[in-house]
Design a protein around this ligand. Structure first.
Ligand SMILES: Nc1nc2c(ncn2[C@@H]2O[C@H](COP(=O)(O)OP(=O)(O)OP(=O)(O)O)[C@@H](O)[C@H]2O)c(=O)[nH]1
Ligand SMILES: [Mg+2]
Length: 335
């Protein structure tokens, strides 16, 4: 069976909600390569339906415990949910082993729940590009809600804006220097702020600190709810789901705008990878001569970079050649 046939059949099976096909598709996305690229294209038309929710925050804040309780709450309401837990500590790709960090064992028998850990390959603690594709797989497979858990470290707060309709920033009292531990960028991206471990003594102080920080923000951010939860007992989790539903975008135009911004970014990232690989591998005389001029201080690195964007050498990039749109190839054949 050729790649195209295999991929179309896999796409159809996952669209039908077949669990084994979903698992296979995720593995394919993690491995990358031509089949993954073909599958990404095949499932695009089915994406954009699921409500995507990101849980982010410092290590140990209780994100996984909270996601577990949140999943239980969604299931009570009869909603299906898929979880991608981005594990920055895992050096391995694939989520065959759901480690201790996932804390969602009670849902393993439930047909309405799918949990997968994802190695945060690429940027440390960040949302790898793979995560975007895995969210698309869940979305295309028809899950009502897709949850992404990611440790808030550097870039990931910003990246989660691209992938999640709603961003829940989870904090806990007594983590580092309390709220000081929250990085500057994180308030800007929060749709909801949660102070988890509200059973601990300093929780109300953390809530007050967060509200004080929000009051200094622009008007629209002052409306961000600050909620208390005890993830380990489920306290406050129903209120969290109610808050999510209250702000879930029900305007399809808003939804597709965000999806488009995300596609734009994914295309830009893919373009950067192609150009980088191709320039790094150049060995022609003109390029070597330019490197000499950079070394001699006759031209700058930025100038040399701009000059090396001459597209002719890109034709020799094997990945780029393989990825070229099939519709062009079809037209060439027809001509
Ligand atoms: N007291 C208390 N402990 C909690 C609560 N929620 C979680 N914990 C505990 O906090 C610890 C960390 O919980 P996790 O859910 O693994 O936290 P996490 O944010 O997912 O951690 P990482 O994925 O490692 O960043 C565990 O020992 C939990 O049992 C809570 O509401 N109250
Ligand atoms: Mg966790």
């Amino acid at each position: 069976m050729g790649i195209d046939t295999a991929v179309s059949s896999l796409a159809a099976r996952l669209h039908g909600g077949e669990r084994r096909a979903i698992a296979r598709a995720i593995t394919l996305m993690e491995d990358g390569g031509p089949a993954a690229i073909a599958l990404q294209a095949a499932i695009q038309p089915w994406t954009g339906r699921a409500l995507t929710i990101g849980f982010t925050g410092p290590p140990g804040a209780g994100k996984s415990t909270l996601v577990d309780a949140f999943v239980a709450e969604l299931r009570k309401a009869g909603r299906t949910v898929a979880v991608a837990a981005v594990d920055p500590s895992s050096p391995l790709s694939g989520g065959a082993v759901l480690g201790d960090r996932i804390r969602m064992g009670r849902h393993t028998e439930d047909e309405g729940v799918f949990i997968r850990s994802v190695a945060a390959r690429g940027h440390l603690g960040g949302l790898s590009e793979t995560t975007h594709h895995i969210v698309d797989v869940f979305d295309a497979a028809g899950w009502d809600v897709v949850v992404i858990e990611t440790v808030g470290a550097g870039q990931s707060e910003v990246e989660i804006v691209d992938v999640a309709d709603i961003r829940i920033v989870v904090n806990a009292p007594g983590l580092g220097d309390d709220v000081q531990a929250i990085k500057a960028g994180i308030l800007e991206i929060a749709s909801i702020l949660v102070v988890n471990k509200a059973d601990l003594p300093l929780a109300s102080r953390t809530v007050r600190q967060l509200r004080a920080m929000l009051s200094l923000r622009p008007q629209e951010q002052q409306a961000v709810p600050v909620l208390e939860t005890v993830a380990s007992s489920g306290q406050g989790v129903a209120a969290l789901l109610a808050a999510v539903d209250a702000i879930a975008p029900d305007d399809p135009a808003q939804h597709s705008e965000r999806r488009r911004a995300r596609l734009r970014r994914l295309v830009a990232e893919a373009a950067a990878a192609i150009v980088k690989r191709s320039v790094a591998e150049r060995q022609d005389d003109a390029f070597e001569a330019m490197l000499d001029r950079v070394a001699a201080g006759e031209t700058s690195i930025v100038c040399a970079a701009a000059l090396s964007l001459d597209a002719s050498h890109l034709d020799r990039d094997p990945e780029a050649a393989r990825m070229t749109d099939r519709s062009d190839a079809a037209t060439d054949h027809a001509a």
